[in-house]
Design a protein around this ligand. Structure first.
Ligand code: ARG
Length: 472
């Protein structure tokens, strides 16, 4: 059946455009460029072929095409994969997109069998399937990278469970925390990001094929079979919805925007911590660059760029939402615009996470600078108030007493811990010799040993919990 067309009957293969029999004049070069997507959607070539092979297998099983045609399609596709991988494949703008380029080549290679591949299918359900297959694999890579980053953060956190730094609110010194605890905050954020990836994947992993152009097909197809072959958990239950909605891509972009938002917050801190005015950490030279004019500079380019690239990822989310909002059912060509933003989102998140796994693992911590900063700004004032409360004072009264003590210390240019026991007793007679342990940085962090607290022992437990989770 596959060889019953002579080349000159093979109109499809000879036409410049696959659908052009209906048209009396060609489109201009500009319109061709404007409407074509092959320059960017050729990235979907492998999943496009994977989807076509599953569709062809189902058509053969259902008796819609012959086994000979199926074998010819398989043979042709194997050759096409080889041509694409070796760079020998010729992509033609005239053929608009990845789907028509591959189909045209298949027909060149195997004749009528190639022309039968599109039976019961449309580019509309084809492209929706391709994007889902492609995105599913990328989601798995990103999820792994998130685990890798959590692991790197937890490793540094474990090593710095005892490293004390100032914790900030309003960027003012608030209370002492451990650097390990601070890093584990990000491990939590990236943990939720990984959960979101897993959750989005469930809705990505549904099969549109079989929806055809919009209404389904009159051929006796078996969609469950195709879903099984392609590893989809479910089949899209409405053909109009299957070809038209891109909500799965939008929610992926939303989850990606949150990943980048967390990366951006961490980046902001890395930049701040690396400033010589703060000096809490150093980043390896390979993540920094110098200045062309100022020889002394070592700039934290990678975190700065990551912070900047968050903007484009957030932008892609808004672009996709806007792309979708005005579209009537079912497929509209607007949807071709879903790809570049989605691709760029994936590339940006992947590259960023890959670099951050390495960069986070190599953070050079400067504990003395952190400690010196924590000793400024009366970071243990709350501990003194808590101490008084434990001796029976109402918290508001204790707060007031400590506020006086802080003012006096400011005037004397000293810290609370520098005050003698007699000085302290003057603020309240219940203060005893054990107060000095309470006012130390170590005493302050050790006291917060509950779940979620900053105590070194707790930080070690939580870091181990994260490490165990990501090694699973
Ligand atoms: N290149 C198109 C896209 O990305 C494929 C579907 C085209 N369908 C159509 N009826 N023109 O959405």
């Amino acid at each position: 059946m596959s060889n019953d067309a002579t080349p000159n009957q093979n109109q499809f293969a000879n036409k410049a455009q696959a659908w052009s029999a209906r048209f009396s004049e060609p489109v201009s070069d500009l319109v061709k460029r404007y409407t074509a997507s092959v320059d960017f959607d050729k990235r979907l070539a492998h999943v496009d072929i994977q989807g076509s092979l599953a569709h062809a297998a189902m058509l053969a099983t259902q008796g819609i095409i012959t086994e000979d045609d199926h074998a010819a399609i398989q043979r042709g596709m194997t050759q096409i994969v080889g041509e694409i991988d070796s760079g020998a494949f010729t992509w033609l703008l005239d053929l608009e997109d990845v789907h028509l380029n591959i189909e045209k080549r298949l027909v060149e290679l195997v004749g009528d069998a190639g022309k039968r591949l599109h039976t019961g299918r449309s580019r509309n359900d084809q492209v929706a399937t391709d994007i889902r297959l492609w995105l599913r694999a990328e989601i798995d890579v990103i999820t792994e990278l998130l685990h890798g980053l959590r692991g790197a953060l937890a490793t540094v956190a474990h090593a710095n469970a005892d490293t004390i730094m100032p914790g900030f609110t309003h960027l003012q010194v608030a209370q002492p925390v451990t650097f390990g605890h601070h890093l584990l905050a990000y491990a939590e954020m990236f943990g939720r990001d990984a959960e979101r990836m897993v959750d989005v994947r469930r809705r990505v992993n549904r099969l549109p094929l079989g929806a055809a152009a919009l209404a389904g097909t009159s051929f006796p197809i078996d969609r469950e079979h195709v879903a099984h072959l392609l590893g989809f958990d479910e089949v899209c239950r409405n053909s109009l919805d299957a070809v038209s909605d891109r909500d799965f891509a939008i929610e992926f972009c939303a989850a990606a925007a949150l990943i980048m938002t967390h990366i951006s917050r961490l980046s902001e801190e890395l930049v701040l911590w690396m400033s010589p005015r703060v000096g809490f950490i150093d980043l390896a030279d390979r993540f920094c660059t110098g200045s062309s004019i100022m020889p002394q500079k070592k700039n934290p380019d990678v975190p700065e760029l990551a912070r900047g690239k968050t903007g484009r990822v957030n932008g892609h989310l808004v672009a996709l939402l806007t792309l979708m909002k005005g579209q009537p059912l079912a497929y509209n060509k607007d949807n071709q615009e879903d790809k570049e933003g989605l691709f760029d989102t994936v590339d940006t998140v992947r590259d960023t996470l890959t670099i951050f796994v390495d960069m986070a693992a190599g953070i050079k911590v400067k504990p003395e600078a952190m400690r010196a900063a924590a000793l400024q700004g009366f970071a243990t004032a709350t501990d003194l108030a808590d101490y008084l409360v434990k001796r029976g004072l109402p918290f508001r009264d204790a707060h007031e007493i400590v506020a006086h003590a802080v003012r006096d210390c400011e005037a004397r240019n000293c810290d609370l811990a520098d005050l003698s026991l007699d000085d302290l007793k003057a603020y309240h007679p219940s203060i005893e010799a054990d107060i000095h342990q309470v006012l130390t940085l170590e005493g302050s962090v050790a006291a917060r040993s509950h779940i979620g607290g900053t105590a070194p022992d707790r930080v070690r437990v939580e870091a181990e919990r994260v490490l165990a989770a990501v090694r699973r």
